[in-house]
Design a protein around this ligand. Structure first.
Ligand SMILES: CC/C=C\CC(=O)SCCNC(=O)CCNC(=O)[C@H](O)C(C)(C)COP(=O)(O)OP(=O)(O)OC[C@H]1O[C@@H](n2cnc3c(N)ncnc32)[C@H](O)[C@@H]1OP(=O)(O)O
Length: 717
């Protein structure tokens, strides 16, 4: 709803009221229509201010309403009504003005913003475009290049940047509503005719064709297969080339297409899933809302390789005092330099001073005695980590949380090395750790709810989306990656090439196919793990393609034996112009090697098509997701989907693997897995999981209902 009052004698003040972000629900829209009517018909009122309750202007259209038919007044004529008002209307922008919220402000005749307010048109992240006139008004106000940037990236700008762009008329560090009221008084006698943005001509640009061609190329590159960014560019092009009314018609057509697309549904699901994972629970029944996190003022990071450096930066940027520790003196000096420059670059980007005084360096463990939390980020070696946890347990003060940045090792084993296993959790960061938004928080069988709450909260402070998951090999993300990678290797054995597999996966929307990704992260990483697992030892008389009774592909191991570790060695699944080179080129040697391998093992290459690549790789991965749900390692499908979109470059417009399974149809996924498992009975990951069968038997319920079919957590509190 919206509240109305008259202030300073002649200013009608409309306050949007819909906590927490004053989203434009049907009731709020009706409230605006009614209160605006009141203000315009009150002869004492000379000008109007629109603001939001509780220091937040407006978070945009109410996204929850998108899944049901529209009720209440539509937004476009509402904003048109504001713009055509005969009295000046001023938007007082505090907190946020996003999406429909900013579109409403664009309909006002003046915009006054707090310098720290965030403004933006993030609809592209919801699979939409700014469809309440935003795609037509913004370019008219700030020019086509700036509008293209804001609308296609969905990025937020501060009030200060908005002023530079010409998006707002004034910024303030004082009370925004008071300033807006003063401003409204000052313009009360000025007719707003010349202030209606829809009547502005779109600023000219010397080469519109090149501008739009470049923008189109960029959005297609950034989000392969996503419809919304392309539609955003098309809508802005309409603003630049057509009269306003025709541009609005084009905006409406494009929006209608997007609105009914599965992509918008997937991206809106992803929006709410990111928030849902914050409401974590553990099998013990412990929950986010009944557990208080411990305070973390001071933390120690042990091991300053790539991960340790990124984690240190993320902690400092979150305001935590950090002791960064590394035993190797040369590595310590290099890390110090690297961390300082990362902090400086980050601070420059955010327009603040670098908090270099928040970090100190140590080559020994002594400072661990005085910190609230330790994150170890040493080499992925269980023996090394165990020793470290023993030492930490003896050194740290009572109550210090001990966290491991392991990507898949057993958290219970680490905890068992300590005196207080309840203080131990996994914090699995993703590289680069100061940039990537995902954090897997791994609870072991003895982790206390408080330890989990502390790691979850710390993740949030670092600007991450934290997902609480159970302890198993590879946790959620890497556990699901295993069958995906395996299928890709098997497909090579059966006749295809890395280029074809990657092409199919990239067309699906992954930023990088599995083989290019493997070359980037280094083939030796998995090789070392397989070696430690004893998978490389083949006893005499046994096939190199079978391990523990199941099919195994030694292709990755064979490449590593040749020193082909990927980009870093200039050779992997592809060839590069030099070690460290980034441009992947098909490698005739690799093709010859695959042919030789097939001959050696009596394999006859057959034609593998697009559908088989996609189904075998993705359905095997999804099947593992169902197993993870069945095992209670993830609390719900949203947890898995958030992990995959934010950590493994699953395309957001496909929602995540579990959401995608629902889109394809669970029945179809089950049938295809059954088909492939019949063809390959020696590949257990293709055997459909019981939960998938159960869901199909129960009529394939939508993804938000799957939790009803999972084991209920038992409360032990
Ligand atoms: C014709 C169509 C016209 C216009 C199209 C649109 O306007 S689409 C909507 C465009 N707006 C957005 O995309 C903004 C989305 N919201 C956010 O980015 C953040 O929520 C925000 C506003 C920056 C606040 O962030 P904060 O971290 O402070 O809070 P949080 O994200 O946890 O949100 C708090 C709860 O509010 C719910 N919520 C936020 N925005 C909306 C919204 N636009 N509609 C409905 N609900 C919204 C959010 O889901 C949280 O609730 P929860 O129960 O926890 O899920």
């Amino acid at each position: 709803m919206a509240q109305y009052s008259r202030v300073s004698g002649t200013v009608g003040l409309i306050t949007l009221l819909n906590p927490p972000v004053n989203a434009l629900s049907a009731a709020v829209r009706q409230g605006i229509v009614d209160t605006l009517d009141k203000a315009l018909s009150d002869r004492k009122v000379k000008s109007v201010v629109i603001c939001g309750h509780n220091g937040k202007f407006c978070g945009g259209a109410d996204i929850r309403e998108f899944s049901s038919p529209l009720t209440g007044p539509p937004l476009i004529p509402l904003i048109q009504g504001v713009e055509s008002a005969a009295k000046p209307v001023v938007a007082a922008i505090d907190g946020v003005a996003l999406g429909g919220g900013l579109e409403l402000a664009l309909g006002c005749h003046y915009r006054i913003a707090h310098s720290k307010a965030r403004l933006g048109l993030p609809e592209v992240h919801l699979g939409l475009l700014p469809g309440a006139g935003g795609s037509q008004r913004l370019p008219r106000l700030i020019g086509v290049p700036a509008a293209l940037d804001l609308i296609t990236t969905g990025r937020h700008v501060t009030g200060a940047e908005a002023l530079q762009l010409g998006l707002v008329d004034k910024v303030t560090d004082r009370n925004t509503v008071d300033e807006a009221v003063k401003f409204a008084l000052s313009v009360a006698d000025q007719p707003p005719n010349s202030r209606r943005v829809s009547t502005f001509p779109c600023p000219r640009h010397p080469d519109l064709d090149a501008l739009f061609e470049g923008a189109m190329q960029r959005v297609r590159q950034r989000a392969r297969g996503a419809l919304a960014p392309v539609a955003c560019v098309q809508a802005i092009r309409a603003a630049a080339t057509l009269p306003y009314a025709q541009g609005m018609e084009r905006e409406r057509e494009l929006m209608a297409t997007l609105f009914t697309s599965g992509q918008a549904r997937a991206q809106q699901y992803h929006f709410f899933a990111q928030r849902a994972v914050g409401r974590w629970s553990m099998p013990s029944g412990a929950r986010w809302d009944t557990t208080k996190p411990g305070a973390v003022h001071k933390a120690m990071v042990i091991g300053l390789g790539t991960m340790g450096r990124g984690i240190s930066v993320a902690l400092v940027q979150a305001g935590v005092s950090v002791v960064a520790m590394e035993t190797n003196e040369k590595q310590l000096m290099e890390a110090k330099q690297a961390i300082s420059s990362m902090l400086e670059r980050g601070a420059k980007r955010r327009g603040v001073a670098p908090a270099l005084d928040k970090i100190r360096y140590s080559w020994n463990m002594e400072p661990a005695a005085d910190v609230d939390l330790v994150i170890e980020a040493v080499f992925e070696d269980m023996a090394l980590k165990k020793k470290l946890f023993q030492q930490l347990s003896a050194l740290c003060k009572p109550g210090t949380f001990l966290c491991s940045n392991t990507s898949g090792l057993d958290v219970d084993q680490l905890a068992s090395e300590t005196r207080h296993p309840e203080l131990v959790v996994g914090m699995h960061f993703f590289a680069p750790a100061h940039v990537m938004k995902l954090l897997e928080v791994v609870y072991g069988s003895r982790s206390s709810p408080q330890a989990v709450a502390t790691a979850m909260e710390l993740g949030k402070r670092m600007g991450k989306v934290s997902v609480a998951v159970g302890n198993c090999r590879g946790f959620v993300g890497n556990r699901m990656l295993k069958p995906y990678l395996e299928q890709a290797f098997f497909l090579l054995e059966e006749g295809t090439t890395p280029e074809f597999v990657d092409q199919v996966l990239e067309e699906f929307g992954f930023a990088m196919g599995v083989f290019r990704m493997s070359d980037l992260s280094g083939l030796d990483v998995g090789w070392r793990v397989r070696k430690a697992d004893g998978l490389l030892n083949v006893s005499e008389g046994h096939s190199a393609r079978i391990r523990q009774g199941c099919r195994y592909s030694p292709l990755g191991d064979l490449l590593c034996e040749q020193g082909r570790f990927g980009q870093k060695t200039g050779r992997g699944w592809y060839q590069y112009d030099k070690p460290g080179g980034r441009v992947a080129k098909p490698d005739p040697w690799l093709h010859g090697f695959l042919e030789k391998f097939r001959t050696q093992h009596g394999l006859v290459a057959h034609r593998i098509d697009h559908q088989e690549v996609l189904e075998r790789c993705l359905y095997a991965l999804m099947n593992e997701g169902f197993r993870i749900l069945e095992d209670g390692i993830a609390a719900g499908p949203e947890d898995i989907d958030v992990i995959y979109v934010l950590g493994y470059s699953w395309p957001p417009h496909r929602g995540g693997p579990m959401f995608y399974a629902g889109m394809v149809g669970l029945q179809k996924v089950l049938e295809r897995l059954e088909h492939y498992h019949q063809e390959h009975p020696d590949i257990p990951s293709l055997k459909p999981c019981n939960l998938l069968r159960k869901l199909v038997v129960n009529g394939s319920p939508p993804v938000h209902k799957w939790r009803e079919f999972l084991k209920k957590p038992q409360s032990q509190l």
